[in-house]
Design a protein around this ligand. Structure first.
Ligand SMILES: [Zn+2]
Length: 309
């Protein structure tokens, strides 16, 4: 089995699967990206063409580095079944694709597959804006909306591994139909996809009114979440939230504190994600290191930053 020694030279392989692009990196124990590469996600419905694009990307990265990685971590859009099969809603080529087994067969590495939003939560707690926090939600407001929840220092799984999926909190009862089958979900009202459907324009061309409404709806959802979960912090990533910037965050915070009136909820902070474009690959690396059960190492060595367990 893998040595648990916490050496600076230890590397893992990180893979971020996205609807439009694939990212890969070699990442060390500290969460620093040593080398990275990216490519486009092939369009179409051929599962093997997509897997070939993934292995081409990883092969290129491995060929450029003399050192052998200890593990492979993957962040993928959901749903992810039991950390092994992936069926990303926005990537039709893979339905029940056995990604973990296929990568293990190909590379002979211990391989761990996790929802990309939960990987983000790990990354932000490890090296980002939630570092040192034990109770937080990390969410993405992008084409879709999702999140990962850390309570008492632990990444919350839930019954099927989907805890933290804030995109389907109801913010407009009887509102717009959602891809999940319900109506008035946050994702159906405030995601990039929803904004484009409602306004006929991409989020990058949103008016101040649209930015304000999006922030309010996110803040409304967060009022329920923070009251329910007693959070220190909410970290928001994603191209829509970060692209909208300060007016979006101000509207979200205002709405959050307008509705979350319990004394314990008044201190909850809202911050932009700290890792920016590095978050997906740092998250995938966190999935790998965490999967290797190197937690003793994280806590025993003061040089190793804490990772939510
Ligand atoms: Zn929904």
């Amino acid at each position: 089995m893998v040595e648990r020694a916490c050496s600076e030279s230890c590397l893992c392989l990180a893979l971020d699967v996205g609807a439009t692009k694939l990212g890969a990196a070699l990442v060390d124990r500290q969460g620093d990206i040593r080398r990275s590469a990216k490519s486009h996600t092939p369009e179409g419905c051929d599962p093997e063409a997509l897997f070939l694009a993934v292995t081409d990307l990883l092969d290129g990265l491995l060929a450029s580095e003399g050192e052998s990685p200890l593990a492979l971590g993957v962040g993928s859009p959901g749903p992810v079944q039991d950390g092994s099969e992936v069926s990303p809603l926005n990537i039709p080529a893979w339905r029940g694709f056995p990604l973990r087994r296929r990568l293990e067969d190909r590379y002979g590495l211990a391989t761990f597959v996790e929802l990309d939003t939960k990987a983000l939560a790990l990354a932000e707690g490890w090296r980002g804006a939630a570092r040192g926090k034990r109770n937080y939600l990390a969410m993405v407001v992008s084409t879709g909306i999702g999140g990962g929840l850390v309570l008492d220092g632990r990444l919350v799984e839930g019954r099927t591994g989907n805890a933290g999926h804030v995109g389907h909190v109801i913010v407009c009862p009887g509102g717009r139909p959602c891809s999940c089958g319900s109506r008035g979900c946050l994702e159906a009202e405030a995601s990039g996809w929803a904004i484009a459907a409602i306004t006929g324009r991409p989020p990058s061309e949103a008016t101040p009114q649209v930015i304000e409404r999006t922030g309010q709806l996110v803040g409304l959802a967060l009022a329920s979440v923070t009251t329910l979960c007693d959070l220190d912090l909410i970290v928001i990533a994603g191209s829509v939230a970060l692209g909208f910037g300060a007016p979006f965050f101000q509207a979200a915070v205002r709405e959050l504190h307008d509705y979350a009136k319990q004394a314990y909820a008044k201190e909850t902070q809202v911050l932009p994600a700290g890792l920016g474009s590095r978050a997906p690959l740092v998250g995938a690396a966190a999935v790998a290191w965490r999967g290797l059960d190197g937690r003793d190492c994280w806590h025993a060595d003061p040089e190793c930053p804490d990772l939510p367990v």
